[in-house]
Structure formats: structure tokens, C-alpha cells
Design a protein. Structure first.
Length: 288
């Protein structure tokens, strides 16, 4: 596509004393191709990125028409912005949990509102797993420094630690369900993430404020590049990779109990269960 002489590209090259031949070498093209770019033809993305790095300029500055398209695409990723989590419609939450066919991902500290507002959520998640959907839930480790720090910042004190333990009990009946995975993370969360196939709700965190009073972004994954969606999806994967697996080991002749195991040693997860056994977590197998 030609948009007329590219004065910005020509000026940037002159400012950096970059010749046509040097620009061509950086982009691995013929110098005649660079001449066509200077005449107004828009390079392919990989060539734009190479020139932008060489000239130390923003891609959107050198090719404004591309910048406009990128901004429009990024805007398309943002479906809605809610000032507070409490403003997200009830039907939207429930509908997003009902729609996925391949994956549901949850990264939170506790998010007790899910079970409080949707008492049938465990049944729904179990049905999703039976239908072939993978469900992954990462909760805050109630004994971690990150959870204690978050509680201190929110002026909850130990309240958030107990909420993490309650959340563990909410999801406990799903442990052992095929395609359901529960883990405990010890990371500092800057956002709570809820992914439903190609849709995602991102509950931002504000220092000193409870999550329900912080904004929520409703994102959708677009075909091709989706930098907003992909960024949060990668954040989930990074936290998930460091989290400990929570599983079930039923003692002989006794009901199933939640146990904790970390690094080959055994012991109860403090405060998570007073019965012998309690919650068990283990480091995930990187090869799994």
C-alpha cells in the first residue's frame, strides 16, 4: 500500500545518518525496496519493526496509517470497562462461565464472591470438565508473605488469609475431577484474571482498596495480534507455573481429606483444616 512520500522515515534516517543500504541490511531487503518505502509504500510488519529499532523511533510515528490501525485493533480488544467489579452485570459473569468449551482460568487470592453469588458454580465447572473443558484455578497461599502483605494493605489484617482458606474449601469438592486443576500461588497479584476461552475479565488491583471497588476490563481475543489479551494470558501462565498443586489423598477407611505436601515432605496446611491430613499441595511437574 502506498500513501505518498514518507517524510518521517526519510527525516529519521537523515537524523541518524542511516543510509539506504544500511536500512536495507537491517531489514534484510534490497536497497530498491527501501527506496519504495521512502516513496510511500508500507513495509511488512517485520520490516517496520527492524527499521524502528534501527532508527530508535516508534513504529506508529514512522507509519501513522499503521498506528491508526493498531489503535483501532487494540480498542477492539476492549469490550467494556467497568469502574468497579461490583458494576459487572450478574448475567455477564454467569454467561461467561457457561460459554467456554476449551478452557477456564482463574487467578485470584480468594474471590469468594463467585461461590457466594453463584452457589451452583462447582456443578457448572464439573459439567464443563466432563464436556472436555480444562479448568484451572490458582488461589492465594494463605501462609504466603504476598497474602499477608495484601491483607495489610487492604487493612484486612488476617482476614484475607482466612478468605483464602475458605476459597480452598469451596473448590475442594472438585479436586480429583478430570481436567480440573487447583493450585496455590505465592505471587503478588497486580490483577485478578478470569479467562473464558477468548474472553477475559481482568480485575485490576488498587493499593489499599478491596478488589470489588477496583476497575474491571472485559477483553476479547482477536484473530492475529491481541497484545492486551495476550499480555494478561501470559501473566496467568507465569503465575500458574510457580504455583503448588493441591490434590487429594484419602486415608484408608476414612473419608477423603485434603492434604498438603511440598517438596516431598508432608504436613498440614496451617489453618486450612483442623483434621489430620488437611490440605496437600505439591510443586507441579514441569514436564506435565
Amino acid at each position: 500500500m502506498s500513501t505518498g512520500v514518507n517524510g518521517r522515515l526519510r527525516t529519521a534516517m537523515a537524523r541518524r545518518a542511516v543510509t539506504v543500504e544500511e536500512a536495507a541490511a537491517s531489514a534484510h531487503v534490497d536497497p530498491k525496496t527501501v527506496q519504495r518505502w521512502l516513496a510511500g509504500r508500507t513495509p511488512h510488519a517485520r520490516h517496520r519493526w527492524a527499521l524502528a529499532r534501527l532508527l530508535q523511533e516508534d513504529e506508529e510515528y514512522l507509519w501513522p496509517e499503521v498506528g491508526a490501525a493498531l489503535k483501532e485493533r487494540r480498542a477492539g480488544e476492549l469490550v467494556s470497562l467497568y469502574p468497579h467489579r461490583a458494576d459487572v452485570p450478574f448475567d455477564l459473569w454467569w454467561g461467561l462461565f457457561q460459554d467456554p468449551e476449551s478452557q477456564v482460568d482463574i487467578l485470584v487470592y480468594a474471590a469468594l464472591f463467585l461461590h457466594e453469588q453463584y452457589p451452583a458454580i462447582n456443578e457448572l465447572l464439573a459439567a464443563k470438565c466432563r464436556a472436555g473443558c480444562r479448568v484451572r484455578v490458582a488461589l492465594g497461599d494463605p501462609d504466603s508473605a504476598a497474602v499477608r502483605q495484601r491483607g495489610s494493605e487492604e487493612t484486612f489484617g488476617e482476614g484475607i488469609e482466612s478468605r483464602c482458606r475458605v476459597a480452598l474449601r469451596h473448590y475442594a469438592p472438585l479436586i480429583g475431577t478430570e481436567r480440573f486443576e487447583l493450585r496455590l500461588h505465592q505471587t503478588t497479584l497486580y490483577n485478578s484474571i478470569y479467562r473464558f476461552d477468548t474472553h477475559m475479565l481482568v480485575n485490576t488491583h488498587i493499593w489499599g482498596a478491596n478488589a470489588y471497588s477496583a476497575p474491571v476490563l472485559h477483553l476479547r481475543q482477536l484473530q492475529g495480534a491481541s497484545p492486551l489479551f495476550s499480555g494478561y494470558a501470559e501473566s496467568f501462565e507465569a503465575a500458574w507455573a510457580t504455583a503448588k498443586v493441591v490434590d487429594v489423598k484419602p486415608p484408608r477407611d476414612q473419608p477423603k481429606r485434603l492434604l498438603e505436601r511440598s517438596g516431598g515432605s508432608h504436613g498440614e496446611l496451617s489453618g486450612a483444616g483442623s483434621e489430620r491430613g488437611g490440605l496437600r499441595s505439591r510443586r507441579p511437574n514441569p514436564a506435565a
